[in-house]
Every structure is written in structure tokens, then in C-alpha cells.
Design a binder for this molecule. Structure first.
Ligand code: IYR
Length: 222
């Protein structure tokens, strides 16, 4: 019998309107406090916290429940240095010719450049890989579905779990990212999706003074 034929009762409770309003508003306010950071403290984080964060990410829905992701958590300084070196090589080329003038202009408010010290300073780097297909024990390939959507959702859950732990992260996209596959010795069916440094903010951390689009600009009710 296939797994999907095993249906069990769904028993999570629902809320009355007042409580629902309170909870949804409080959740929004809490989540609105999440910010991407680029300055991390080197203060260590217990591996058990990172495990909980990854488990939280793994609760995301995925196409046909294939869970087409793997989260590589790097704490080892030598591997972090290798990642920084390779990322900075790619980013140097990006910032010096590969990115368009418009793109560089759009990035000015964030004061980014090719230097990525946080890749060595942050205590953990979580590299999210997408599994474009699965490989069975007999070597045969099995298709995964909606891989980008699934892994994007899991990464969203990951960021929320990091925020909930009182930690900060950056969704970093060194491009191209195939050096991560090599450094971490990942198999052919796994492709890097995002690189996420996780840590405490530095005490003097600042973030760009951004505003989020108002509801009227992001929602349309019918
Ligand atoms: N990957 C580069 C450039 C970059 C691109 C975007 I779009 C950003 O929002 C931020 C950075 C870098 O990490 O610097």
C-alpha cells in the first residue's frame, strides 16, 4: 500500500475570531522584525539549535512529499575559509563586469561589495541544496516535482526558525554557486540553492532603513 493511503485524523485546534485576529496580528508584527544582516558576531551557537532550525525547515510542504532538499551546516573554520575564498573570487568577477550597471545601482542602498568576511565570521553556514532528482539504492533516478518551489518554501521556514531562535541570517547568493557542490563533495543530483550564514548580530549592527510595501500594493481582494 502506498504511504498516501495511510490517512490519520487531523486534530489541530482552530480559534475563535478574536483570538485569530490577535494571533495573526502578533505573528505579523513579530515576523516584520526579521532583517537580513551582514555583520555577524563570531559567538558560537550550539549545534542542537542548528538541528532544530533545520528540522523546522524540513516541515515545509513539497511536491509529492519528496522533500527534495539537503541542508549542509558548516561550522568547520577550514571549510568556511574555502567557501569564503571561492565565493569572493566569483563575487569579484560579478562586481567588476559581470553585473550590469543597473544591477550595481540597485544594490547601492545595501552597500554590498565582493568582500564576504561573514562567511568566515558567522559560526554556521547553512548551504541549502536542491535535489533535482533522487537516486535509489540501485542507482536508478527518481523524479522530484516542483523542486524550486519546495526548496524555496523550506528556506522560508528556515529563515523564520532562525528569527524565532533570536538569531540572524543572510540569504546569500554567490553566483555561480557550483563551487559549493565541489567543496562540500555533494553528488551530481544536488545543486546549491542558497548560502545562509547564521549567527548573532554584532553589537553595533546596522541594517538599511527599508520599508516594506503596504498591503494595498501587495494584495488584491476579489
Ligand atoms: N550576490 C552578490 C550580489 C547581490 C545581489 C543581490 I539581487 C542582492 O540582493 C545582494 C547582493 C552579493 O552577494 O554581493
Amino acid at each position: 500500500m502506498s504511504q498516501a493511503n495511510n490517512f490519520i485524523p487531523y486534530t489541530k485546534k482552530t480559534f475563535e475570531l478574536n483570538e485569530m485576529l490577535e494571533r495573526s496580528s502578533a505573528y505579523y508584527k513579530w515576523l516584520d522584525g526579521r532583517r537580513s544582516l551582514r555583520t555577524f558576531s563570531d559567538k558560537p551557537i550550539d549545534k542542537a539549535v542548528i538541528e532544530n532550525i533545520i528540522l523546522s525547515a524540513s516541515t515545509a510542504p513539497s511536491g509529492a512529499h519528496k522533500q527534495p532538499w539537503i541542508f549542509c551546516a558548516v561550522n568547520n573554520p577550514t571549510i568556511k575559509s574555502q567557501i569564503r575564498k571561492a565565493a569572493e573570487e566569483e563575487e569579484y568577477t560579478n562586481y567588476n563586469g559581470r553585473m550590469t550597471e543597473d544591477w550595481l545601482k540597485d544594490l547601492e542602498p545595501f552597500a554590498t561589495d565582493w568582500h564576504k568576511p561573514f562567511l568566515e565570521i558567522a559560526p554556521w553556514l547553512i548551504i541549502v541544496f536542491k535535489k533535482t532528482y533522487d537516486v535509489e539504492e540501485d542507482g536508478s533516478k527518481q523524479k522530484n516535482y516542483y523542486v524550486n518551489e519546495s526548496v524555496g518554501l523550506a528556506t522560508g521556514f528556515l529563515l523564520t526558525a532562525i528569527h524565532n531562535a533570536g538569531l540572524v541570517a543572510l540569504t546569500h547568493t554567490p553566483s555561480p554557486m557550483n563551487f559549493l557542490q565541489k567543496i562540500l563533495d555533494r553528488p551530481e543530483n544536488e545543486k546549491p540553492f542558497l548560502l545562509i550564514p547564521v549567527g548573532y548580530p554584532t553589537q553595533d549592527a546596522t541594517v538599511p532603513d527599508l520599508t516594506r510595501k503596504p498591503l494595498a500594493d501587495i494584495a488584491q481582494f476579489y
